[in-house]
Ligand binder design. Structure first.
Ligand SMILES: [Zn+2]
Length: 222
């Protein structure tokens, strides 16, 4: 597949839909970077600059970085050399304010990919995750340890659930997704942006194949 001009993609999906994973697969396939606001902010935080220090403070405190600053950092990010052929925004814009920024800046969007997963499936996928202090990942249903509650040999450390991955925490994030992000789909569609809706229930590679197939069908060769 060859990219003939710049292609800018958005990928939306609720928590647990595997949005970040699919963005990375697409990025490798098409040779354009996948950019999440979180990653862009962390990179700025590592910079030895006034702005870097400011961003780092917000991140370290676990506070939200102000919207204007995030927008500005995302705008600068896509002006970098690796975005010459396009980019994939992973989970950005997240709300109307961010979307209006993109539209106002005149950043062209070619395609919106929406991963679809029920809240029930999203919660069960994420709330089933467990990890040990060494970061070995498990899932109580799809990838359980040999002994419940403990990492396999040779680690054997107790497994725990991250605070932001409890059912309660995920339900709250899903509520925000439905309230703030989902309405953007209709707005983008009304603006004539091609929207591909993809079932996020199958296995990772099957979803990736489906996305690529649909891109080819509807968009020609990306
Ligand atoms: Zn372990």
């Amino acid at each position: 597949m060859k990219i003939s001009k710049q292609h800018n993609l958005l990928i939306f999906g609720p928590q647990g839909s595997g949005k970040g994973t699919q963005a990375e697969i697409l990025s490798k396939k098409f040779g354009i970077p996948a950019i999440s606001a979180g990653a862009a902010l962390r990179r700025i935080a590592d910079e030895d600059s006034e702005r870097g220090k400011k961003v780092k403070e917000y991140l370290n405190k676990g506070e939200l970085v102000p919207g204007d600053l995030t927008n500005e950092i995302m705008r600068e990010r896509i002006l970098e050399d690796d975005c010459e052929k396009g980019f994939i925004f992973d989970g950005f814009p997240r709300n109307e304010k961010q979307m209006n920024f993109i539209l106002k800046q005149g950043i062209p969007i070619d395609l919106l990919i929406v991963l679809q997963l029920s809240d029930e499936d999203g919660v069960s996928r994420i709330a089933g995750r467990r990890t040990c202090a060494n970061g070995h990942p498990y899932h109580i249903k799809s990838d359980p340890p040999k002994i419940e509650g403990f990492c396999d040999d040779p680690c054997k450390l107790p497994l725990f659930q991250r605070e932001d991955e409890t059912a309660e925490a995920i339900k709250e994030r899903l509520r925000i997704y439905h309230e703030e992000t989902e309405p953007l789909i209709e707005t983008l569609r009304e603006r004539g942006i091609l929207t591909l809706e993809i079932d996020a229930r199958p296995k990772i590679q099957e979803i990736a194949n489906e996305i690529q197939k649909k891109i080819l069908e509807t968009h020609g060769s990306l």
